[in-house]
Design a protein around this ligand. Structure first.
Ligand code: 5AD
Ligand code: SF4
Length: 482
């Protein structure tokens, strides 16, 4: 239940369960330069993190340029693409099930092509073609520009693989076609890959070396979104705090704090979020920048992974419990109204009971507004898989995870109850899930607030909402005019 998907509502870093695999399209026309259609349609399903959803928008744009059009109807698709996730075993199982469904469809409609994209493509490479014969194309995260060639080859009956990783590719010049969109909040990818080598993590192997995107292309993407009515951007990277781009013209280096400031200056009504921060790299400079711009959201996703220093060392996180606590204190000192959330892994290799208890106590101490919680899932090829036995029994992992989840629910409820009576500026995203009489929107702290509609407001507007009730996952409120 807790594997693969977040347990509480929150940021779109790990897209919520309801959205996994779904396809949504921005109804707005794509920017100028519409290419003539080739009469063929593609259908794309995305799994995993926000970075994958953002990559699918790049893929859609590349296909659009060669004449393909998106469709929400699987039956209408000439090309079916699955953008996959390898982070935990469960994620891969889900994708496999979908690929089997598509393989059956292909038997009925032999002309349909199926491609696997993303992390699983990178991890399993040609195995998909050779052993499983499920798909026609396998394309890794740095090879999307080659997709039109591979599709053309596949149309001629050639099964193709391109899983080359790059040290330079950032797709900086590609204007993403907004797929998973409410027209209000959009993702902007600011860097790719990861150099951290956390021992449990497969990402450095599937997404390659870290590289940062040209800051000017990031700012112009933010401007474009603002001009098209968007009011929130989330800057995405595996470790945004190590963003570093050197201008080839004057050798000047732009760091993450400076990038944040540049994006915040696009427009005061454009909210800026970012994910994910790394406790070893988040600087006071970044915190001061967040504090000094009203439109930079007061919310930091700062994964702890474990609250115990010995486990953190085995995880190769390169910080200890004390370092993490100091960073949390710095956040609350410099940005008092900031909310912090976390990622937590239960039952990592060799984890002892007292070490686990330190994770539970960290949830309480750090006062996380929410967390994404998982039990450890060994990933082939990672440092942990090679070095440490996966020796915490499944039942123990599950029990520890449940204890962390219970503690987080208690802390989230307390965190949310403390908001009752306060008034927040909320960016309206659309109708609430349960009723078209209610709007939903987030406050700066990334908490979802549901409140009755009033006529003068629409999605994309800001409203001042007074919180009247709270559960551990959502706030309820009403529009107030202070
Ligand atoms: N097992 C369980 N959880 C994992 N994560 C990454 N790798 C694993 C794994 N092997 C979690 C981490 C990370 C989040 C995106 O997924 O908490 O921050
Ligand atoms: Fe994986 Fe660690 Fe990089 Fe995050 S920072 S993607 S957990 S290696």
């Amino acid at each position: 239940m807790y594997d693969n998907n977040p347990t509480l509502t929150g940021i779109k870093k790990e897209i919520d369960e309801a959205k996994q695999g779904q396809v949504f399209y921005d109804e707005k026309p794509i920017a100028e330069g519409n290419q003539p259609s080739n009469g063929k349609h593609f259908y794309i399903e995305s799994y995993g993190c926000a970075m994958n959803f953002s990559d699918s928008e790049i893929v859609a744009s590349i296909l659009y340029e060669v004449g393909f059009r998106p469709t929400r109807q699987l039956e209408e698709a000439d090309l079916i693409l699955v953008n996959t996730c390898s982070i935990r075993e469960k994620a891969e199982e889900t994708v496999r099930q979908r690929l089997n469904v598509f393989a059956k469809m292909k038997r009925k409609r032999p002309g349909t092509l199926v491609g696997v994209l993303g992390c699983m493509a990178e991890r399993l490479k040609s195995k998909f073609l050779e052993e499983e014969k499920l798909v026609d194309m396998v394309i890794g995260p740095d090879a999307y520009r080659d997709l039109p060639n591979l599709v053309a080859g596949a149309e001629e009956g050639e099964r193709g693989v391109n899983v080359l990783l790059s040290r330079e590719e950032t797709y900086a010049d590609i204007s993403p076609m907004r797929l998973d969109s409410n027209g209000v909040a959009g993702f902007i990818s600011i860097m790719r890959g990861c150099d951290n080598m956390c021992s449990f993590c497969v990402v450095p192997f599937t997404r390659g070396r870290e590289r940062s995107r040209d800051c000017f292309s990031i700012v112009s993407e933010a401007k474009d979104l603002y001009d098209r009515g968007y009011r929130e951007v989330t800057l995405l990277g595996q470790n945004v705090d190590s963003y570093k781009w050197q201008n080839p013209e004057n050798e000047q280096v732009v760091n993450f704090a400076q990038l944040l400031e540049m994006v915040a200056q696009v427009h005061p009504n454009l909210r800026v979020r970012f994910s994910t921060s790394h406790p070893k790299d988040i600087t006071d400079e970044v915190l001061h920048t967040i504090a000094s711009y009203e439109n930079i959201c007061k919310y930091i996703h700062l994964p702890v992974q474990s609250g115990n220093s010995t486990v953190l060392e085995r995880m190769n996180r390169t910080y200890d419990r004390e370092w993490y606590m100091e960073r949390v204190q710095a956040i609350y000192r410099i940005i008092p109204e900031c909310a912090i959330s976390s990622d937590i892994i239960a039952g990592f290799c060799g984890e002892q009971e007292h070490e686990h208890q330190e994770t539970v106590s960290m949830v309480e101490w750090a006062n996380y507004s929410m967390s994404y919680m998982f039990f450890y899932s060994e990933r082939p090829g990672t440092l942990a898989a090679r070095k440490y036995p996966d020796d915490v029994p499944h039942e123990v992992k599950k029990r520890r995870l449940q204890e962390i989840v219970d503690k987080q629910s208690e802390v989230s409820l307390r965190h949310n109850k403390a908001d009752v009576g306060k008034t927040y500026k909320v960016l309206i995203e659309g109708d609430s899930k349960k009723s078209d009489q209610d709007f939903k929107g987030r406050n700066s702290q990334n908490k979802m607030i549901v409140f009755p509609k009033i006529d003068s407001l629409k999605p994309g507007d800001y409203a001042w909402v007074k919180v009247t009730e709270a559960t551990s996952a959502t706030l309820m409120g009403e529009v107030s005019f202070p």
